[in-house]
Design a protein around this ligand. Structure first.
Ligand SMILES: CC(C)(COP(=O)(O)OP(=O)(O)OC[C@H]1O[C@@H](n2cnc3c(N)ncnc32)[C@H](O)[C@@H]1OP(=O)(O)O)[C@@H](O)C(=O)NCCC(=O)NCCS
Length: 178
């Protein structure tokens, strides 16, 4: 992972295949909205009506800009410059050292290619160094074996006790300690 010196330590992280750029309103598009709708079964959208319109999505992003307790990054294909997904840590709790992670590989052509692991390891490493985060937690549906498999490959383990409130009954908790 490298850090873009001219744009500050969190504005642009580089992995072998991707740029991870701080989320901002310029990435809002109908395509991004469509990704959310297609994946809403698996990602934590508060209600089925959240992020229905481009304005809702803009408000959602604006509400997270500049926050020290959120790391919200657009995943950009370094080769094409195209926005292909997002990774978000919310909250990032520097007091407890715990961060809650969610990821969306929106462009289906990039699924099953190890993107989640590459991006997770780079961002987890950054959070460890810059925010003293030692534990990353996430909720995942038992009906999403691809996600569980992707997380296990980079060191997440299934937990049998709750660290966060489950938002859906079929969700299990996974934890990575670093
Ligand atoms: C789930 C998700 C995060 C996994 O990320 P990824 O980068 O595709 O993960 P990987 O490439 O490591 O693949 C994980 C597993 O997915 C399966 N997979 C393979 N090809 C796939 C494809 N085209 N599409 C989906 N899953 C595929 C495989 O079982 C693979 O395991 P393997 O590497 O041992 O063969 C991503 O597919 C995604 O964002 N999906 C939609 C939203 C979502 O479910 N988010 C997670 C909410 S908890």
């Amino acid at each position: 992972m490298s850090v873009s010196p001219e744009r500050g330590p969190v504005l642009a992280l580089r992995t072998p295949r991707f740029w991870l750029r701080l989320m901002n309103l310029s990435v809002v598009s109908q395509q991004y909205l469509d990704w959310i709708h297609v994946a809403s079964e698996f990602i934590n959208v508060k209600t089925p009506h959240d992020n229905q319109r481009l304005d809702d999505l803009r408000a959602y992003i604006a509400a997270r800009e500049g926050r020290h307790d959120v790391l919200f990054l657009a995943i950009v294909n370094a080769e094409s410059g195209k926005h292909i997904g997002n990774i978000k840590y919310e909250s990032v709790d520097v007091q407890t050292g715990v961060a809650v992670m969610g990821i969306l590989v929106g462009d289906q052509a990039f699924r099953g290619k190890g993107l989640a692991g590459e991006v997770l390891l780079a961002t987890a490493g950054w959070l460890k160094i810059h925010r003293a985060i030692h534990t990353i937690v996430l909720g995942v549906s038992v009906k999403n074996p691809a996600a569980i498999c992707a997380y296990e490959k980079v060191g997440f383990v299934l937990e049998d006790k709750l660290l966060v409130v489950k938002s859906h009954l079929d969700q299990v908790l996974m934890v990575k300690r670093q």
